[in-house]
Ligand binder design. Sequence first.
Ligand code: NAD
Length: 315
Amino acid sequence: MEKILIIGANGQLGTELSAALQKKYGQEAVIGSDIRKPQEENSIFELLDVLDGEALLSSIKKHKITQIYHLAAILSAKGEENPKQTWNINMNGLLNVLEIAQQEKLNKIYYPSSIAVFGTSTPSPAPQYTSMNPSTIYGISKRAGEQWCEYYFNKYNVDVRSLRYPGLISYKTLPGGGTTDYAVDIFYKAVEATKFSCFLEENTRLPMMYMPDAVRATLELMEAEKDKLSTHEGYNLNAFDCTPKELYEEIKKHIPTLEIEYKIDKLRQSIADSWSDTVDDSVARKDWNWQHQYDMESTTKDMLLHLKNKLTLQK
Ligand code: NAD
């Protein structure tokens, strides 16, 4: 029987992945952990800092863990506020996980990577194997992390799997300080009937994905047969790409009163400009049959529906 530890379970991805894993494996089989307590404690939870290797090991022994989903990280824009701390958390957290996975012979490890591994030298669409010169400490740590994963797979046979997510759009938990966060905030402002102030220029194109696709991709990769996987670095993963202007115009079809202004944040604009505007995910499609379900139109429709319900219930 699998026992799963999720590290960073209270974040934008963790809250939704936890629910999906509980549905698949049962509530008792999934242990959430984070440095912050969850808002609702409706599952098994451990307050845990991934940098504390001893506490991590004791938690793994206590719960007889067989798989780890290691999501804890400092994201792109927030990471630039304190590069050394970002490197420490993103890198040494992963090394603790990989080392314990090897020692304790865990079955599988999941490590999320990002389109932040790409840089200005990467062609568009970004190929699976390509030139990468990440411009942020977040991107540098994710690229190094991918390579550590491949290293542990080759040298110690640790079955670690990884996806390079695009910007994730979701309504359950707010994003934690990335460069694509505008694509979540715009939906809140639309539903709250407030003018939206966009920190990126109107024609900045970036790859995006709706959370249900991201969660399904993660579960499908983790269930794929090991010998079908041609890489244990991050798989490129794509659904759609859009600019702030295109997303605004799509939302306006549903909420015609939405207004937008552009107040450019230099840091996040320069990060966005360094990333690929679209990604070639044909290797994921070939190796484990990846297919996205949500494009910009269906993401917009579903986001607005759920967000309206959520914000009405909160009133
Ligand atoms: P998030 O910031 O919303 O959540 C990260 C969680 O990690 C937070 O709950 C935080 O409290 C926790 N955490 C931070 N430091 C910790 C530590 N030392 N020990 C334990 N927990 C700690 O991030 P997210 O959006 O949920 O992202 C999850 C993963 O997916 C990250 O690795 C991120 O790089 C990757 N990713 C996210 C996106 C996106 O658009 N959200 C895109 C690409 C990749």
